[in-house]
Design a protein around this ligand. Structure first.
Ligand SMILES: [Zn+2]
Length: 259
């Protein structure tokens, strides 16, 4: 045990201890999660779920983010991720989720990213160096909004996912009031992308057609709403999740591209 780290965590905990919330990663009972996210006008204007400044985004103790907690709780309660041997590919791995997976003895766990030094493998999501039907789980949590050819990236994720049993977690920030995904190829600077898409390295804002985009790439898509699972998620939002955030889970079942 890292005693210095535990002491720092304990000191932080004295500021947010309580009974209303719990972090599913560090298991501390908390009075609140703390704010995080970018305070950019377009993200409010477009009502982007999963982007922008959120009041209850980060765990003050371990640093887990709302979107990591949702993915973890879904995998824990609605998949066999932690119950059997699985091959997992995690793209652009979030630190807390990654550390959690790394401790799971049942997982063959590989992290990958175009640039991040903390990933096991450097790769381009539009040209994955893996054979077809390799992974039981592929986790792509807030990545497609960075990639110009997102359809190609989606088809690559589908290709390496195991037929029938594989599950891909396919999260992106989504606008509640844009019917169709918004892109503009004339926006080419960091400042422009920040203003128009809400982040310097985003190339679009997804709209309500996101599920259709995944289906066009060949996925069968389940849209999971954590609000309907009171048993594991709690409607008083014990785990500090985004009320409107749905989980997009893709599989290779009815795909025309099964090969
Ligand atoms: Zn925590």
């Amino acid at each position: 045990m890292d005693l210095a780290r535990e002491f720092r965590r304990f000191k932080r905990w004295t500021k947010v201890w309580g009974i209303k919330h719990t972090c599913p990663f560090c298991h501390r009972p908390l009075s609140r999660f703390i704010p995080a996210g970018l305070d950019v006008p377009v993200l409010y204007d477009k009502q982007v779920v999963g982007g922008g400044l959120r009041e209850s985004a980060r765990c003050y103790i371990c640093g887990s983010m709302d979107r990591e907690r949702l993915v973890f709780l879904y995998l824990k309660h609605h998949s066999n991720m932690f119950k059997q041997h699985n091959k997992v590919l995690h793209i652009a791995p979030e630190p807390v989720l990654m550390n959690c997976f790394r401790q799971c003895k049942n997982l063959f766990y590989l992290t990958a990213d175009l640039k991040s030094p903390r990933a096991d493998v450097k790769l381009d999501l539009t040209a994955l160096p893996f054979q077809d039907d390799t992974f039981d789980f592929v986790i792509v949590n807030h990545v497609f909004e960075h990639i110009p050819d997102d359809n190609l990236a989606m088809t690559e994720v589908l290709r390496v996912l195991k037929k029938h049993t594989g599950k891909a977690i396919l999260q992106v920030p989504i606008s509640l009031n844009l019917e169709r995904t918004f892109e503009d190829s004339k926006v080419t600077t960091d400042e422009g992308r920040l203003e128009v898409f809400g982040q310097e390295d985003h190339v679009r804002i997804y709209g309500q057609d996101y599920k259709q985009k995944l289906e066009s790439a060949g996925f069968s898509v389940d849209v999971f709403d954590w609000n309907i699972d009171d048993k594991h998620f709690s409607n008083n939002n014990k785990y500090g999740l985004i009320k409107e955030e749905k989980l997009f889970v893709g599989s290779k079942i009815n795909s025309m591209k099964l090969g």
